[in-house]
Design a protein. Sequence first.
Length: 402
Amino acid sequence: MYKKLIHFLGDALTETTKKNERRRREETTEKASLELPPEIIREILIRLPAKSIGRFRCVSKLFRSLSSDPKFAKIHIDLTLRNDAVHRKLIVSSHNLYALDLDSIGKRIRDLLAQELNYPLKEDPIKFDEMIKCHVGENMLKPYRRNWVEIIGSSHGLVCISPCEGALFLYNPTTGESKRLITPGGEEFQTLGFGFDDLTDDYKVVKLVADGDNVLKSSVYSLKSDSWRWIRDLSYEHKDCFSSGVTLRGVVHWVFSNENQRAVLAFDFKTEEFREMLLPGEAEDCGHSYRNFVVGVINGCLCLVNSCYEVHDDVWVMNEYGVESSWSRIRISLLYRSMKPLCSSENGEEVLLELDGDMVLYNFESHASRYLGIRGVKLSDGFEADAYVESLISPNSYGFVN
């Protein structure tokens, strides 16, 4: 009895001592921060990684105020993007949403570690059940206890995602903040693109919605104005394009058909105008009954990949952006039915691919390849992924930045 009482009092005293020490450290940190001018503290914080700054918010009121300022977040991401050694992450969707460090991919590690993300609607069972019933039926609800999250694209720390049909969010995986975009419902076919307009300093989402067999209505969302605007109607067949557009150089790209001729349709976020880039003539030589292409990016170059669900071993690369004569075919040492480039390594020698449901690191110089996995994640069910940088940009207060 006495021993238990002594242990109890000892534990209580230890806990009290720890709390007092913690309080003294916080007071010391607060006092030290007050001894430095706020301008100096700001210059120190702005050069730290976004994740570290987020953790420092609990250190003092001054730290919290500075790191929560939209202007501070804007300057921080601008400085981060100018840094040659920018720290990139990969956001992966596979019946859940995960983030992993891209730096670990360059190391000889096959099973990568990933952090599970708390994304919008993750724990909404009603939305989830409705979606799964549509796709796999009532009897298959139990094996699938996570949403399938569509990744539209990423830019400057924000990721555009659709956790279920009809729901669209701008989401910051670093801070966990999100903003739901209200979009009209009842649209049978639509494809989206996401990017940043550095002319007006604005995040934008472009949406193409089918109206009949050969007409696409286009509209664009502005985060600054928090509103959608109709742009124009386009005469393209939408039978081939069901994936989100790929953004490069502030322009989002798809492959559509116009009068039985396929072309890359490009939308410029700055000018909000569309233009066509013709596919290389030899690309149409595929003799399979279902012919289709998807766009991607390899080492900063626009590329075309066959997606006809038959075996291929080539990729078309536009070596000079916007110049149709610069298309060139590259043979790879892997056979694929479906393939999409995800991102390039820091040195540009290797490209991370989604290849027939697997994650593959491929070297276009040596043609060496390495299959990767994510610990605890079953990628064989299919996955989507995109690279992003960590930032403090808030989708809920970005429009208030002057």
